[in-house]
Design a protein. Sequence first.
Length: 842
Amino acid sequence: MVGIVVVTHSAMLGQGVKELAEQMTQGRVPLAVAGGIEDPDHPIGTDPVRVMAAIEEVQQGDGVLVLMDLGSALMSAETALDLLPPEVAAQVRLCPAPLVEGVMAAAVQAAIGADLDTVLREAQAALAVKAELLGMPLPREGAPGGADEMASPAAAAAPEASHELTLMVPNRLGLHARPAARIVTALGPFVADVQLARGERMVSARSVNRIATLAVRGGETITFRATGADAVQALKALADLAAENFGDAPDASGSSAATGTAAHGKDGAAAAPAAKGGVPASPGVAVGPVAWHHPAFDAPPPDLAAGTPAEETARLEAALDAARRELAALERRTAAVAGKQEAEIFVMHRLLLDDATIAGDARQRIAERREPAEAAWYAVIDEAAESFRQLPEGYMRERAADLVDVGARVLRLLTGAPPSGPRLDRPSVLLATDLGPSDMAHLDPALVLGIVTMQGGATSHAAILARSMGIPAVVGAGALAANVADGITVGLDGATGEIWISPAPGVLASIESRRAAWQAARQAALAGADRPAVTTDGRQVHVHANIGAPADAPAALQSGAEGVGLFRTEFLFLDRAAAPDEEEQRAAYAAAAAAMPGLPVVVRTLDIGGDKPVPYLGDFAAGEDNPFLGVRGIRFCLARRDLFLTQLRALLRAAAEHPLRVMFPMVAHPGELAAAKTLLDEARAALNAEGLPHGPVEVGIMVEVPAAVALADQLAREAAFFSIGTNDLAQYVMAADRGNAAVADLSDALHPAVLRMVRDTVAAGNAAGIPVAMCGELAGSAEAIPLLVGLGLDELSMNGPAIPRAKDVVRGCDMAACARLAERALDLPDAAAVRRLLAEGG
Ligand code: PEP
Ligand code: MG
């Protein structure tokens, strides 16, 4: 076997390279490091004697390849050759390849028994691979496309039958260096010419470098073509390797063996069932062609007036700053909700934003051409994105989409335009990095079969809004979704989080029958939706809707909502450049009330901060280590009186037309409620003074902070109603982030510790004679409803599509049995035990 010597100035560096190579080849290749020098005070350097000793150590008769880091390493290696006996030196090659890539490529080739010249060639090609991946291919000699990329002589002559294996790459990171090395190693024993094709490009599957140039990603379809005596066995070995995720550990997302494996001939790998893809976000089943949503990036109008260059530059800087803050907030939120790795896309976007050439070019255009900031920014991004698009490598071309994403963000902040939302021209499964509330507001539910997002958790905006619109959704699908192209068929089950990419016909049929069953159940529940929810022994539980925009109200009404239990007004403020003014807000609140004629409508005042930062409002969260424990909800409103007063005025004015209830979020103690009521009085007095019509409002609070439960008796004296927000209450009671999957068993609202808080709140409400509602996600969980009824809640408020089934469940409840169920649940030790109790039907 060919031996390898690594010559480095630092022994540590050499050791690291050695470890990496050994990991790739399971230590099968003789490899020695000649690193550093024998001087404890100045250990950095190279020593020809060490190089010579290393060569002798790995020499087994098949030759030795020497790779060096830089400078004197080269001289030391040459000197070592002079010191060696000529017959040994004749068997040594010095290799100019870049150290790390060169050693990896050489080690893999050596491990499969390649000869010294092949090992040398493979190592030398390593720099070209990196250059190509960076979109800067090195000039090549000889045939275009490179000798390695052409079909081998065996294939060119093609006298033999060719066998194919087409499969979808199951491992999330695709054919990166280690899977590539495993492919080459797996092919080692077989006499066969094996090529690997991705799209139009085909390379030798026996070269780690060539495989790397294809930049194959997880979820992509590739084809191996083999000819020669062992072609069938070679493909079988590859199929086995693919079935084992190409040797990579199964992904956290569970995206093992993706479906859609298309096998040609008898050599194909078997199709696997579903790929479990992400976080279940909105129940229902969908299947259809994928349509990607990228934020719109359109040229600004040509007649835009420019200020002075100084003014335009200042505007650009302000927009860049705001974009940085938005991205930092998104990064933080996504890291908390979906994990650090998923958040990295926003780090990358920030880097693009900070790229000196892009911002610099835009400034230069403003200075030299006196362009408005919008025009300069658009031109620079458009040009840069176009040059990315021209690059040969798919990986680099995808950076164009990221650049446009960043470009669109800054442009939106410059123009103040709201995001335009996804545009679909046929029923599709919508795919997006993430969807903001205003994207969701622009959705046409008739065209959106389902939603898959790369980021986000079950309580992210996209998830909450998808539930309220009845659209099946899986969020936080990460790289699994990233690699799916427009038009590919995708199936999803929003109740389980499963995603199928290009499902095979049999799998497709079973997804379709799942969808039919889901739709039938929905129709059946809708049939009785407008009847009240009264238990078998005559207690009515009011079932209300949670909405994020007035537009959600009509559908909720159709689903049987008896009012709105929670209008999350912060959604009116998100994803835009400036807050809605008093009139816009008044119109929105009045529209929600008008859509629920004669029914109660609870409007919650701004609940921002925490996971819902609004950069233009002065992002407290940006400077907070623990935004969920910081200035959010009522704390934010009391800190921003101006903003709060505008909202309160809008609410009072909307109440002139329809009665409204006002609810304050995140109240922890009576002082906050008193302060908020004082401001409400102030707003009323101002409207009186201005002679503007307004109406009376009832004032209630969300109970979602443990302190509010502890002081519920005091708060009940000042509030007209309570509504329990279990999403936050659970995270604060259990000290477990509501968006962190790792502590999901703790932040589960069914935990007896949380249920006891619900019990205590209901008791305080009953004692004071005020109604107690629940508007957290738990209220819409059909399984939990008997328990909630047993705990004595007067009202349950949930996303519209959950209402028909919830009412059905209430109608099947018997108060005495539900109360017993609640008592048993309160005595259990954890949420899992409560879930078991509910699953057993009490
Ligand atoms: C809750 O915390 O349960 C709640 C309804 O509020 P949000 O989810 O908007 O924080
Ligand atoms: Mg809350």
